[in-house]
Write a protein that binds this ligand. Structure first.
Ligand code: BDR
Ligand code: CA
Length: 325
């Protein structure tokens, strides 16, 4: 059983990451922090609260994080994929009702540190070597601040990110959106010495929302929650088709949760990964030394393949568990 914290920017795929982290028997979700990315931090924070409320997880606290990257003036935002609200549905506009509760006050890095340190104490009391799992499915601004302000956290956590790519990017020729949104923050995380796993686009592009996946989401019985979930996935499918001409969209973020939950579903390789921050052409590129040519220390476990069939079994089970609430 693992204790995890989720840092995210919901976001359709982040919403599914919240559901997987909140409704999987192998995980306890300690809390959620948000960061500007898919939409402004105000919008993604409201979305995180709405997703938790809709999924019967309103007891889980949300704390709002950074509103912009560390050095760059404004987040990229991604309305073309996630809509103006960050979580639009097929009819335009948000599909989820606003949450009845608000985010907890405080700076995200501080609240994250307090909660992670308390959870780590709990784990230490039980003996063993377990660490708190920090899963980041957005720009790494909050994570870089956490590691910088509280370096002692480095020995308490393992970080798993959805982000980066070995080859082709999605918001630049060789850049993935989360890393490209705040390259300097990503670089700080990759150079921090923290135990780090990266789930890149090459893996998330095998987690495709096919029509049969959508049918499995809907099958049990017609409920408001399953309809909302299907609406979110359908909107995501429409925008992916329009922007990337992909008939079945890749559901990136829950793949990072799946790594923490079921690492046996993945093939990995430990390697040196550096983040390009200065290039005009490719700031935000994750430069992955797959063939071990660098003399710099290996700093990242890179997921290379995932058993997508079992990934969907886990996610659909979590969606159906949320529906029972
Ligand atoms: C990542 O970018 C965001 O738009 C998604 O939520 C995901 O975290 C994929 O590149
Ligand atoms: Ca995301």
């Amino acid at each position: 059983h693992k204790l995890c914290w989720l840092d995210c920017d919901p976001g359709h795929d982040d919403a599914m990451a919240i559901i997987l982290a909140g409704h999987s028997p192998g995980l306890t979700l300690l809390g959620v922090s948000t960061v500007a990315g898919n939409q402004t931090v105000e919008k993604v924070t409201a979305n995180a609260l709405s997703v938790l409320a809709a999924a019967g997880l309103q007891h889980i606290d949300v704390v709002a994080g950074a509103s912009r990257p560390l050095l760059r003036p404004a987040p990229l935002l991604c309305a073309e994929i996630h809509g103006e609200s960050g979580l639009d549905g097929p009819l335009g506009g948000p599909v989820l009702p606003p949450a009845p509760h608000a985010a907890v006050p405080g700076k995200a890095a501080v609240v994250m540190f307090q909660r992670i340190a308390a959870a780590h104490l709990q784990l230490a009391a039980k003996g063993g070597e377990q660490r708190v799992q920090l899963i980041a499915t957005a720009a790494l601004t909050n994570v870089a601040l956490l590691l910088t302000l509280f370096p002692e956290v480095i020995d308490m956590i393992e970080v798993t990110i959805m982000g980066g790519c070995l080859g082709l990017g999605n918001t630049g020729p060789v850049m993935e959106f989360n890393i490209q949104t705040d390259p300097e923050a990503a670089r700080m995380v990759f150079e921090s010495g923290v135990r780090l796993t990266m789930v890149p686009l090459e893996v998330t592009h095998t987690a495709l929302v096919t029509t049969s996946v959508l049918q499995r989401v809907r099958t049990r019985h017609p409920s408001a929650f399953l309809q909302l979930t299907a609406d979110l996935l359908s909107f995501f499918a429409e925008t992916y088709l329009a922007v990337f001409q992909m008939p079945d969209p890749p559901l990136h973020d829950p793949c990072a949760v799946a790594w923490v939950l079921a690492p046996q579903l993945f093939k990995t390789k430990l390697m040196r990964v550096d983040v390009e921050t200065t290039s005009v052409l490719s700031a935000g590129q994750t430069v992955c030394d797959v063939w071990n040519q660098s003399s710099a220390p290996k700093n990242c476990t890179v997921c290379m393949e995932m058993d997508a069939g079992h990934f969907w079994d886990l996610l659909i089970a979590a969606i159906h568990a949320a529906d029972k609430q």
